[in-house]
Design a protein around this ligand. Structure first.
Ligand code: AMP
Ligand code: MG
Length: 344
């Protein structure tokens, strides 16, 4: 009898230790709690092997971040900076801005936070879609240059040159995912999956120890092109199919090449980045979509801290070397071949 009670006692000790200074011990429930939140213009789904109350905690953290980062919400920090030309930012916005500006530099400006007025001119933030006049684009592009964003880290102060506006839309969801995973980790959760509008971020593995299986969306239609097995990683896709409009038979999507001010025509139709940081994967998915396959491959070889799945408009899937054992074509995939990029 004594022996039979031992596991129960241990479990009780683990549960009561949650509030102690030693930090929470992992206790993984067998059934997850699930929830859906609408925020940042997208549907967010959570699967958490943890306490029900974590859903509300995650939701309130997301709404707090959105209130700071939104480019359209008049009370946000980013809105204030865009409308006053300068402003102070909270620790969250400073942290995100710091890392996002580093990615702008690392990608040689393929990611550029100051592209926002151009994105708006195409109607992507307003829904009032249309091809802008060439002169209008040239005028707007003259003020696109992330190197001119003056970010004083010590003072947490941002100053923009006249006529520049910034937007963190290309990285905000990845950063938000990172923050929610930290919140869950601190609560002792060891297994969870977040899907923030197609940005999937995994905490740990499934409770049985097997990797999470994440579908990579088919950029040409419904369903998935393949499945990735991941543990403790983010899988973040940028695709032309996510937001676009058609005018006179031409498709114009929401990812803009800062070199031209027009939707990118790099030959890629989707880029999925797999890595440890949601923010990095989010920024790189946008940036490598702009670069095109050749430059993106070079960037991957030089950088080396992420893996990627590229889909080109001529119907080719290319994966990086590190995914060869972790990527498989989905049954419904319209593709039947996968090329592999190797480190040279
Ligand atoms: P994502 O879905 O993460 O690829 O982010 C795309 C969003 O980022 C777009 O809807 C625009 O608001 C913005 N964006 C588009 N092109 C760029 C770019 N080259 N650099 C930074 N942000 C961009
Ligand atoms: Mg992105």
């Amino acid at each position: 009898m004594k022996r039979a009670f031992a596991p129960l006692l241990l479990l009780t000790l683990l549960l009561t230790s949650c509030g102690s200074q030693a930090g929470p011990e992992p206790v993984t429930p067998t059934e997850p709690v699930t929830g859906t939140v609408f925020a940042m213009d997208t549907v967010m789904d959570f699967t958490i092997y943890g306490e029900e109350t974590l859903l509300a905690a995650a939701e309130s953290r997301i709404h707090a971040l959105e209130a700071k980062l939104s480019v359209t919400e008049e009370s946000s920090e980013i809105y204030a900076i865009n409308h006053n030309g300068s402003g102070h930012v909270s620790a969250d916005t400073a942290d995100l801005l710091d890392q996002a500006l580093a990615l702008c530099g690392q990608t040689g400006g393929a990611l550029d936070l100051s592209i926002y007025p151009v994105v708006r001119a195409w109607g992507f933030t307003t829904g009032d879609y249309g091809v802008p006049e060439t002169e209008e684009l040239a005028e707007l592009l003259a003020h696109v240059d992330y190197t001119k964003i003056d970010f004083d880290r010590k003072q947490s102060a941002v100053t923009l040159p006249p006529d520049m506006e910034i937007d963190l839309g290309s990285v905000a969801k990845g950063y938000t995912g990172d923050q929610i995973l930290s919140l869950l980790r601190e609560a002792g959760v060891t297994s969870a999956l977040l899907n923030l509008g197609g940005n999937v971020q995994a905490l740990g593995s499934k409770p049985d120890g097997s990797p999470w299986r994440i579908g990579v969306q088919n950029p040409l239609g419904d369903g998935y092109i393949g499945v990735l097995e991941v543990t403790d990683q983010a899988v973040i896709t940028s695709g032309g199919y996510e937001r676009y409009f058609v005018e006179d038979g031409e498709t114009y999507w929401h990812i803009i090449d800062p070199a031209t001010g027009a939707p990118t025509h790099s030959g890629l139709i989707s880029v999925t980045i797999i890595g440890g940081s949601g923010l990095m994967c989010d920024g790189l998915s946008t940036a490598l979509f702009v670069m095109g396959l050749e430059d993106a491959a070079q960037f991957w070889r030089e950088t080396g801290n992420f893996e990627a799945v590229f889909v080109t408009e001529d119907g080719q899937i290319t994966i990086t070397e590190g995914l060869t054992d972790r990527f498989s074509l989905a049954d419904e995939s319209p593709f039947d071949e996968v090329a592999v990029l190797y480190q040279e």
